[in-house]
Design a protein around this ligand. Structure first.
Ligand code: CTP
Length: 215
């Protein structure tokens, strides 16, 4: 299969030196792309700004903002059988982006924002027989939110990710996740390395593919 993976944060600039972003480091998405290749699939990685080496055998497209990421996903989607949206896409961006660095004296104390496109919702009409997997990174119990996002975004699986524990979520090499599938199916995984979570995720995608129609 050809597996398209997004990873990392997006950056939403307000001028050339300042931006809104989040704590994502891209480790989970890079691990998914590596696991896809290790399992014999083709992997394309759309990466926000992260400082990670490209896994062996993976084609990488670097992007900065949510709108860049959407454009890259839109152009790669027709070739893909699977999309795994690991990226922590910024939901909002500054309403204006200055071409030159803003000077303290001219900056207002209130930042005006506007919403970014939701990538999964935007491309939902093009899903067809493709398998779409999302992530739900939450600071409370992630499973109910993951189930809500599964239904709201019409996904085949959501990886519920507790990002409040120090050994799980952003920037660390381990993760504690639950796979949430339609019909109330849940797979609770123990604390694992991100490489192990990624291998289990790829296996779960293979299982979904085995039971569904081709795109
Ligand atoms: N996502 C996306 N486009 C966005 C925001 C999120 O495609 N603009 C994707 C993420 O990559 C993830 C899933 O949607 O796979 C859930 O993202 P999350 O940020 O948890 O959910 P939101 O829809 O932003 O909801 P909320 O902020 O209410 O938690």
């Amino acid at each position: 299969m050809k597996i398209l993976v997004t990873a990392g944060p997006t950056r939403e600039h307000l001028d050339p030196v300042r931006f809104l972003s989040n704590r994502s480091t891209g480790k989970m998405g890079f691990a998914v792309a590596a696991a896809a290749v290790a399992a014999g699939h083709e992997a394309v990685l759309v990466a926000g700004p992260v400082s990670l080496d490209t896994p062996e055998g993976v084609r990488r497209i670097d992007v900065v903002s949510a709108r860049d990421m959407l454009a890259a996903v839109e152009s790669e989607l027709s070739e893909a059988d699977v999309l795994v949206m690991c990226a922590a896409v910024a939901d909002w961006r500054p309403k204006t982006e200055a071409a030159l660095k803003l000077k303290k004296g001219t900056m207002a104390p209130v930042l005006e924002l506007e919403p970014n496109p939701d990538i999964l919702r935007t491309i939902a009409p093009r899903k067809g027989g493709r398998i779409f997997v999302g992530f739900a990174a939450e600071t409370g119990d992630p499973v109910p939110e993951a189930a809500r996002k599964l239904a709201a975004k019409g996904l085949d699986m959501v990886v519920a990710n507790d990002v409040s524990a120090p050994d799980s979520g952003f920037a660390v090499d381990t993760n504690r996740v639950t796979f949430v599938r339609p019909g109330g199916r849940r797979t609770y995984l123990p604390l694992l390395t991100k490489a192990e979570v990624a291998a289990r995720l790829v296996a779960a995608v293979e299982e979904i593919a085995a039971r569904s129609q081709p795109k």
